[in-house]
Design a protein around this ligand. Structure first.
Ligand SMILES: Cc1cc2nc3c(=O)[nH]c(=O)nc-3n(C[C@H](O)[C@H](O)[C@H](O)COP(=O)(O)OP(=O)(O)OC[C@H]3O[C@@H](n4cnc5c(N)ncnc54)[C@H](O)[C@@H]3O)c2cc1C
Length: 288
């Protein structure tokens, strides 16, 4: 591994200054579970690394305006798995955090690292798409907000400029009768990455679905929403037949590849099965 200079900022402003001063040869380090293997394998050879572990603001979970939640980018998967506020209203996000690696990995792996690494299989992305979250990004030109659905631009690519930092995710409050679920398929029970992941979120009023969100991972270069499937559910009661129809429509948005982890055909099959299962669980949770 090439030697690098380590920078240890204590505030977001210090991070932004360090990023601006130090140019494109700089990498941010959160938990390091994606970055350190890339450094060790020689895939990345930064001259400087900015360690985010001393920036307390990035590790906070706080109420947001309009009763949503602000989740700092350096909040770990383990915290999302266990946090009461997250589990109470954003269970699909807690479920995705609980699936990352092992407990040891989850104690290090952060939400921001998962999103900024931008692997198509990133587990914590689909629930955030299904929850209509926004990414708060800061840099030398100030702060900007990007809907998480527009955050990913390709495999391992995001809208972040080299001098920008992901600060937090703002997740709106789902309605009182809202439920979500995240499921993925992996050949092994843990320490494996998703062959396909699906998050669903349903909101009900008077027995009718007022909002449906379905987001898929590992079936395209970036996580995608199945909007036709969502529209097929909205404005009417959610029945098993409508769930089956939505699952068929979700398959149409998937553009999977075949690789050593599964064929494109198998991935399409998984989209149908996991969409049906997550919608069924989301409906039960919204109805409870
Ligand atoms: C054994 C093992 C098992 C794993 N299992 C899973 C799994 O089941 N599911 C899954 O989705 N992933 C898995 N991963 C991948 C990894 O753990 C996750 O993607 C994790 O969330 C990355 O977070 P991190 O804090 O470790 O990121 P880091 O490695 O610190 O950073 C990752 C990338 O994001 C950038 N970055 C980090 N924070 C910011 C920020 N705030 N702003 C801008 N850029 C930033 C870094 O510069 C780097 O490019 C696994 C990894 C290992 C080693």
């Amino acid at each position: 591994m090439r030697r690098f200079e380590l920078v240890l900022p204590e505030s977001v402003d210090d991070c932004v200054r360090a990023l601006a001063q130090r140019g494109p040869e700089t990498k941010l380090l959160a938990g390091g579970t994606d970055l350190l293997p890339q450094l060790k394998n020689g895939l990345l050879k930064p001259a400087r690394v900015i360690d985010l572990s001393g920036v307390a603001r990035l590790r906070t979970i706080e109420p947001a305006d309009g009763q949503g939640l602000r989740i700092g980018s350096a909040v770990t998967a383990r915290t999302l798995e266990l946090d009461r506020a997250v589990r109470a209203r954003y269970l699909s996000l807690a479920e995705s955090g609980a699936l990352v690696g092992s407990v040891q990995v989850r104690n290090l792996a952060t939400l921001g690292g998962n999103l900024c690494n931008a692997a198509p299989s990133a587990d914590m992305a689909p629930p955030l798409l299904a929850l209509d979250a926004e990414a708060v990004i800061t840099g030398p030109k100030g702060e900007r907000r990007v809907p998480i659905a527009a955050f990913f631009t390709g495999v391992r690519r995001t809208v972040l400029a080299p001098d920008e930092l992901l600060v937090e995710l703002v997740v709106p409050a789902p309605g009182p009768r809202s439920g979500g679920n995240y499921l993925r398929h992996t050949p092994r029970r843990e320490l494996d990455i998703a062959v396909v992941g699906v998050a669903s979120q349903l909101t009900l009023a008077n027995g009718v679905c007022t909002k449906a969100r379905i987001a898929l991972a590992a079936v395209a270069p970036v996580p995608v929403r199945a909007t036709a499937a969502e529209q097929a559910l909205e404005g009417q009661p959610v029945t098993p037949d409508r769930i089956a129809r939505a699952a068929d429509l979700a398959v149409e948005v998937a553009r999977p590849i075949s690789d050593q982890r599964g064929s494109a055909e198998f991935r399409r099959h998984l989209v149908r099965v996991l969409t049906r299962r997550t919608l069924t669980t989301a409906l039960a949770r919204a109805s409870a």
